[in-house]
Design a protein around this ligand. Structure first.
Ligand code: ADP
Ligand code: MG
Length: 697
């Protein structure tokens, strides 16, 4: 392996590669676009394309693609080779500025939520120069935005970029009020921590549920799960360590700052965290990370599961979206400083975030909605479906003082003592961590923890950026017109705290009592995707998103429809997979085992007529009861699926899935899982939870 600094970004057309291959004027012009969001000078596109092509070919690339993020939540690419015929019958390798900045993929088969009729197949992609092009599988990938023929947005990148623009505009207004004339740009920075499972590929191939749905739909609890808490941060097994080393190399080549890796709570569960970058690049990188995790796993005879709940009974996987605001001068606007009480700018941003999260809690909840994530939110492992903010003792004290007009004496940092003189002393943080909060302040950033492991982080950041932009714009409107800035600011913060403190909660978010308390406070608890998605269309939300230029009303409606459609389809595929597995694999296996037991009982009886065959008869009787129960549940499930198919309205469909299908799936699963533990190992038709969860050594 090359040295890591040499390897890092070697497959990325980054600033280093640009500088080395572009004329100084071209480079300067491109850099202005990247850093300041200045419109791209068209005369720049041709030389950039040419340099990019030469660089890509020198790295072995033969093709290029506009790489975009349609509403499937995945990435899409259509490869074109660089070849172009030359008059002498040969070929030349060509790539024009036009091909770089603009593409026209057929958009008809991507989800559009009714935005685009199939006959209007044309879609456009447009180069996003703020995210570097990179090479993947001998193909130069150019990050692009994607829209339909009439300009409606069909992807996740465009609204994310729009939300970043909105946030920049409003944050700059605030900075100017504090006398900052130097800052040119404010960007949200994101570090997404990615959880995943690794299981053996041979076992994976034997389970239709994993193949079709990415999660197990059946499976009795193994004798050992995560109760000993021996996996979390445990030593990494050799096969996993090899995977991680290989993954790191791939991520580093792609310019992704993979930094932290460790075992997570559940057996076979792991986590990777990169160093934070701007929200846009973090989103591209996270999509690429998920793709590379899956690809690299296969090389090691493993499958990487990114589903939010691959196994019942052990923790599912999420993604923590660490979010902060940085200036182009390198200032983190969420850094409290030594004396937060005096840091008015910090307090303004803090209060704006609190107000935004409270006002748009339903939007934040809907930004992480999916059938998979519904299994986590509200279960005892992920933050609940209720959005709340953890601030910690010190900041809570500061806010209380502002609200009550009292002074704040601060929380004294105490020295941490291990009781062993040889160990280093250090100051204890003034706040402990709170692992159960959906939205926690962690020193100089907020950690939004409701995202599912397979979610694109784009949606959460779009809503967060837009909501904060809106609140900042309201604050700026007030403060710009104030005669006395200091008094106006004090009043503004006080009002914000009084009106929005209900969202602050430092206690245990997993506790039952919190659900009651949250209800009393009027916080919403939107448990499922069909519960929260319609709320995203509320006038309060739609008007904010339109005002901030993030979505048109039609685009917002289309997104809601796409998410609900995806929810319905996902659950119906799961239901159909369960029907097939139960009828064609599980029930026949049980029958076979019953047959064997009956045969044995018969033999026993023949050999010794007075011998008791109680094991056989008892097991047969229990299994027979369970098969009856399973067949009944399967029949009802099939009926429920059919009735959903008859419904045309997507909202109604999603309610029917939530209310009539999911419960029947659970009933079918219970019967089959109970039968599993009564059936001899060799008869069970696919690998069990014990096999899957403890297979990778
Ligand atoms: P944890 O203890 O929460 O698991 P980690 O250090 O594993 O913390 O991950 C924290 C994540 O937060 C990393 O991706 C890190 O780069 C990111 N992060 C740190 N500082 C900031 C910041 N100012 N803005 C955004 N993300 C940040
Ligand atoms: Mg974390």
């Amino acid at each position: 392996m090359e040295s890591i600094p040499e390897l890092f970004g070697s497959m990325v057309f980054n600033e280093r590669a640009m500088k080395a291959s572009l004329d100084a004027n071209v480079y300067r012009s491109l850099k202005k676009t990247i850093d300041e969001g200045a419109p791209l000078d068209i005369s720049v596109a041709n030389p950039v394309a040419n340099a990019m092509k030469n660089w890509a070919i020198s790295k072995g690339a033969t093709h290029f693609t506009h790489w975009f993020q349609p509403m499937t939540g995945l990435t899409a690419e259509k490869h074109d080779s660089f070849i172009s015929p030359s008059p002498d019958g040969g070929i030349i390798m060509e790539f024009s500025g036009k091909e770089l900045i603009h593409g026209e993929p057929d958009a008809s088969s991507f989800p559009s939520g009714g935005l685009r009729a199939t006959f209007e197949a044309r879609g456009y992609t447009a180069w996003d120069p703020t995210s570097f092009a990179f090479i993947k599988d001998k193909t130069l990938c150019i990050p692009t935005a994607f829209c339909s023929y009439d300009g409606s947005v069909l992807d996740k990148k465009t609204p994310l970029l729009r939300s970043m623009e909105a946030l920049n505009t409003q944050a700059l207004r605030i900075l100017r009020l504090f006398g900052d004339q130097a800052t040119k740009r404010v960007v949200p920075c994101v570090g997404p921590e990615q959880e995943y499972f690794l299981i053996d590929r041979e076992l994976f191939k034997k389970r239709k549920d994993l193949i079709f749905t990415g999660r197990t739909l059946f499976g009795a609890k193994p004798p050992k799960g995560q109760e000993l808490e021996d996996h979390y941060f445990g030593s990494i097994k050799p096969r996993v360590a090899e995977f991680m080393a290989d993954l790191n190399e791939e991520l580093w080549k792609a310019g992704i700052l993979a930094k932290t890796e460790h075992n997570e709570v559940a057996p076979s569960q792991h986590e990777m965290a990169p160093i934070f970058v701007t929200a846009n690049i973090a989103t591209d990188h996270n999509q690429l990370t998920m793709e590379l995790m899956q690809k690299v796993a296969l090389r090691h005879g493993l499958v990487c599961l990114l589903h939010e709940k691959p196994f019942a009974g052990v923790n599912g996987s999420g993604k923590h979206n660490n979010w902060s605001l940085a200036t182009d001068g390198g200032d983190n606007l969420l850094k409290p400083g030594e004396t937060p009480a005096e840091n008015a700018r910090f307090l303004l941003f803090l209060c704006a975030i609190i107000q935004s999260v409270d006002t748009y809690q339903d939007l934040l909840r809907s930004s992480v909605a999916s059938a998979g994530n519904d299994h986590r939110l509200g279960a005892n492992e992920a933050p609940p479906a209720i959005v709340s903010i953890f601030l910690g003792e010190e900041l809570t004290g500061v806010l209380n003082a502002i609200e009550n007009g009292t002074s704040f004496d601060g929380v004294k940092k105490t020295e941490m003592m291990f009781g062993v003189p040889a160990l280093p002393k250090f100051l204890r943080d003034t706040t402990d961590r709170n692992r159960t909060s959906p939205f926690a302040f962690t020193g100089n950033k907020f950690e939004f923890r409701m995202l599912g492991s397979s979610n694109s982080i784009a949606c959460a950041n779009i809503m967060l950026n837009a909501a904060v932009a809106e609140t900042l714009s309201e604050y700026a409107d007030v403060l710009e017109n104030a005669t006395d800035f200091k008094t106006a600011l004090k009043d503004l913060l006080k009002t914000a705290i009084t009106n929005h403190k209900r969202i602050l909660f430092d206690g245990n978010g997993y506790d039952e009592s919190w659900i009651k308390e949250a209800e009393k406070r009027g916080l919403s608890n939107l448990k499922t995707t069909p519960d929260c998605m319609p709320r995203s269309l509320d006038e309060k939300n739609a008007s904010m998103l339109m005002k901030q230029g993030v979505f048109s009303r039609a685009e917002l409606a289309s997104r809601c429809e796409i998410i609900l459609e995806n929810y319905v389809k996902t659950v119906l595929i799961e239901a159909n997979t369960m029907l097939e597995m139960s009828r064609r694999e599980i029930l026949p296996a049980i029958e076979k085992y019953i047959g064997k037991l009956a045969e044995t009982a018969d033999v026993k009886h023949k050999v010794c007529p007075i011998a008791e065959a109680s094991f056989e008869t008892e097991t047969i009787s229990k299994l027979s009861d369970l098969t009856v129960r399973a067949i009944k549940a399967a029949g009802e499930l099939e009926q429920a699926v059919k009735s959903v198919d008859m419904i045309t309205d997507v909202f109604e469909k999603s309610y029917a899935v939530r209310d009539n299908v999911i419960g029947k799936m659970a009933e079918l699963r219970t019967a089959c899982d109970m039968a599993e533990v009564l059936t001899a190992r060799e008869y069970w038709p696919f690998p069990t939870y014990s096999d899957l969860l403890f297979s990778v050594v």
